[in-house]
Design a protein around this ligand. Structure first.
Ligand SMILES: Cc1cc2nc3c(=O)[nH]c(=O)nc-3n(C[C@H](O)[C@H](O)[C@H](O)COP(=O)(O)OP(=O)(O)OC[C@H]3O[C@@H](n4cnc5c(N)ncnc54)[C@H](O)[C@@H]3O)c2cc1C
Ligand SMILES: *[C@@H]1O[C@H](CO)[C@@H](O)[C@H](O)[C@H]1NC(C)=O
Ligand SMILES: *[C@@H]1O[C@H](CO)[C@@H](O)[C@H](O)[C@H]1NC(C)=O
Ligand SMILES: *[C@@H]1O[C@H](CO)[C@@H](O)[C@H](O)[C@H]1NC(C)=O
Ligand SMILES: *[C@@H]1O[C@H](CO)[C@@H](O)[C@H](O)[C@H]1NC(C)=O
Ligand SMILES: *[C@@H]1O[C@H](CO)[C@@H](O)[C@H](O)[C@H]1NC(C)=O
Ligand SMILES: *[C@@H]1O[C@H](CO)[C@@H](O)[C@H](O)[C@H]1NC(C)=O
Ligand SMILES: *[C@@H]1O[C@H](CO)[C@@H](O)[C@H](O)[C@H]1NC(C)=O
Ligand SMILES: *[C@@H]1O[C@H](CO)[C@@H](O)[C@H](O)[C@H]1NC(C)=O
Length: 571
């Protein structure tokens, strides 16, 4: 190693450990908000706010990350008048607020004025463009309404400008004419800038048409010693004791001494250049640039956030896991089979029926799965290719929103994942398939493990348990839920400490005493009534977490299929 390589290595280390858990961070000029801080942050009285509503699990949001990071870093130059925020709509706890602000897709960009207070008719100003330049120009149009950009009037004075901000040493006055008032002077005016301005904006209340003053002001925001004030009234020149001259900038210092600058041209670029030259002369420098930061690695950030979520909510069940299970069963496990006939075909058909009736998928999926079920019902037997054809026809263009395992994430490859989600799916189905005949779900489960799981060991373990607890003894849905729970614990016990155990997710006799103290009596025996209550709450559809879904609750269509006409006889 050369001596020179050490500092470089250190820098990389600092970057990658500093904020590796965040997609956006304060060093990139972005403040992360949540449900608790959101409205308070927007009520801040002096700055405009740019807010990105995002969902880290949504691909559109992910794709926008680098561009938004560029935008926020660029906007650092305007931080005296603009704050940049993000709100993660993928988090359950932020769901209400994203719903309340009518966020229908992510990413969504909105501008909020200072002292914003939520009212139904004003949910912020949407910025639909994704081009950094366009975002900036849309923001400029809104920022120019801030008090900071208010016209300097003949009755105003500079005293309070210096008093209000101890850093301010120079006030620069820029004449910016209003077309409505000075149409005849057009030739002396700001032709470069005028094309950006809209005449409609120019009236008594909002006399900004030319944006030469606004742009000069925005460009000089990085100098905390400077305040730019815009005026559109020629009389102000009298106040300074001078007569109007084109291309004249008036600089007032703390001692109220006047200095005149004459830019080479009548546009904000030349104005800014002249003022910057002056500032170099008086040795004033712009604010420190942002530190260099490394772009976040999205997949690593997501992994970090998933583990963080599980730490905060260790007993939640995630839609994403159930979706992944269904997706994998349909498109991988079942699609691997070569021939469906007899009991195998019945199990297949009943599995499809089960998930179309009680699935946690979007309403759209239920129709598609129902279609698959009805085409399966017409078959006496089916080849593997035949099944794949049916699947392709009925559910091919369905988009599963759960792209990653959440509750079933593993600390290393080849653990958990699908096997974990399979258990969860069946527990969920046992709790949510209320209208089925007793045992029908267990028959599907046993059949699934026998025919499709491709694991003899698993089938044998289940066979052993079935001998201990004959399913003929299961006479209602509650007993069915408990049978599956007990079967799972039976397998857990056999596998505990095994090489297939993820140390971070040990195979315990579930639920733990910590998470359900009432589930055991003082002699450590199960209290099955309490266990049942616990399982029903945990696996209930309405209690599933949306975390990890690429579309979150606030902008999804979650109409449920009406199941009242469902006949139980065929299961
Ligand atoms: C019938 C069957 C037999 C199997 N046999 C084998 C085998 O022989 N060898 C092998 O390597 N793997 C076997 N597996 C897979 C194994 O059970 C696990 O699914 C896999 O090892 C992943 O374990 P996990 O730690 O993710 O937790 P899992 O056991 O998959 O559990 C997933 C989640 O369900 C919840 N949970 C745990 N216990 C219960 C419970 N009793 N009731 C309700 N919820 C619960 C927890 O939140 C847990 O994280 C079998 C699976 C099945 C379905
Ligand atoms: C972000 O900025 C860098 C440097 O200016 C540029 O190379 C890159 O293309 C930008 N990325 C996006 C997505 O805008
Ligand atoms: C949602 O909006 C209503 C007004 O429509 C408001 O009363 C309520 O407090 C808001 N809730 C949240 C969580 O923001
Ligand atoms: C300057 O303006 C402030 C308010 O803008 C006012 O209170 C103050 O009296 C003015 N001072 C002078 C000297 O005009
Ligand atoms: C992000 O991290 C993952 C896992 O650590 C790695 O495989 C991938 O190459 C990284 N991607 C980038 C763009 O660095
Ligand atoms: C949802 O599940 C969690 C545990 O996963 C539980 O603590 C909570 O009580 C459940 N909520 C409801 C409304 O049942
Ligand atoms: C899932 O279980 C099957 C059967 O036991 C096994 O072959 C496979 O390796 C397991 N996969 C994972 C990711 O644990
Ligand atoms: C099955 O149920 C009967 C009657 O409820 C009971 O006597 C029997 O012990 C049960 N068998 C098993 C193995 O649990
Ligand atoms: C457990 O024991 C404590 C006293 O040791 C008693 O107060 C409590 O009622 C007992 N609980 C149960 C469920 O038996």
């Amino acid at each position: 190693m050369t001596p020179n390589s050490t500092p470089l290595l250190l820098c990389i280390l600092i970057f990658s450990t500093g904020h590796s858990e965040l997609l956006f961070n304060p060093d990139d000029n972005v403040q992360l908000l949540d449900f608790a801080s959101f409205e308070y942050a927007l009520s801040e009285p002096t700055s405009g706010k740019l807010v990105q509503f995002f969902n880290a699990f949504c691909e559109d949001s992910q794709q926008f990350v680098p561009a938004f990071r560029n935008v926020s870093r660029k906007l650092y130059k305007w931080r005296r008048v603009l704050k940049v925020h993000v709100l993660d709509c993928g988090k359950d706890e932020n769901d209400k607020i994203c719903g309340n602000y009518s966020i229908r897709k992510t990413p969504t960009l909105r501008y909020f004025p200072p002292s914003y207070k939520r009212v139904p008719e004003d949910l912020g100003i949407e910025i639909t463009n994704r081009n950094p330049k366009e975002i900036e120009s849309k923001l400029a149009l809104n920022l120019q309404k801030l008090n900071y950009f208010k016209m300097f009037k003949p009755q105003d004075n500079v005293t309070h400008i210096f008093q209000n901000d101890e850093h301010v040493e120079y006030v620069v006055f820029v004449y910016q004419m209003c077309l409505n008032h000075f149409l005849p002077h057009l030739e002396t005016g700001n032709s470069m800038e005028e094309k950006y301005a809209s005449q409609g904006d120019c009236d008594e209340d909002n006399p900004i048409v030319s944006v030469i003053g606004r742009n000069t002001l925005l460009d000089l925001l990085p100098y905390k010693e400077v305040v730019v004030r815009i005026f559109d009234n020629h009389d102000i020149y009298n106040k300074f004791g001078i007569s109007p001259v084109p291309n004249l900038l008036v600089v007032v210092n703390k001692a109220r001494k006047l200095l005149f600058l004459t830019p080479e041209m009548d546009n904000s670029k030349a104005y800014v250049a002249a003022i910057k030259q002056f500032l170099i002369f008086v040795d004033r420098k712009p604010q420190q640039p942002l530190p260099k930061t490394a772009a976040a690695n999205i997949s690593e950030v997501l992994r970090y956030q998933i583990f963080e979520q599980l730490e905060q909510h260790p007993t939640r069940i995630y839609r994403a896991d159930l979706e992944r299970a269904i997706n994998h069963i349909l498109n991988v496990e079942l699609s691997r089979a070569s021939h469906f006939v007899g009991t195998k075909l019945v199990v297949l058909r009943n599995f499809v029926k089960l998930i179309y009736n009680s699935s946690p998928l979007k309403a759209e999926a239920q129709d598609k799965l129902a279609g698959l079920y009805y085409s399966l019902r017409a078959k006496k037997q089916l080849s593997g290719v035949g099944f794949k054809d049916l699947l392709l026809k009925s559910v091919k263009d369905y988009v599963f929103d759960g792209k990653q395992f959440i509750g079933c994430i593993a600390t290393r490859p080849l653990l958990r994942g699908f096997n974990c989600s399979l258990w969860m799916l069946f527990h969920y189905l046992s709790v949510e398939s209320k209208e089925l005949k007793a045992r029908s779900l267990l028959l599907v489960f046993l059949g699934y493990v026998r025919f499709f799981m491709n694991c003899r060991e698993c089938d044998m373990k289940l066979g052993e348990f079935k001998k201990l607890r004959p399913i003929g003894n299961v006479s209602n849905n509650d007993e069915q839920i408990l049978w599956l729970w007990e079967a799972h614990n039976y397998v857990n016990k056999l596998l505990a400490g095994d090489a297939t155990e993820d140390p971070k997710f040990p195979k315990i006799q579930f639920p733990s005493e910590l998470h359900c103290p009432n589930c055991r009596n003082n002699q450590s025996e199960w209290r099955t009534d309490e266990v049942l209550k616990y399982l029903k709450a945990m696996y209930a559809l309405k209690n599933l977490s949306w975390f990890g879904m690429s579309a979150s609750k606030s902008y999804s269509d979650i109409k449920r299929h009406v199941t009242t006409t469902y006949a139980t006889s065929t299961l």
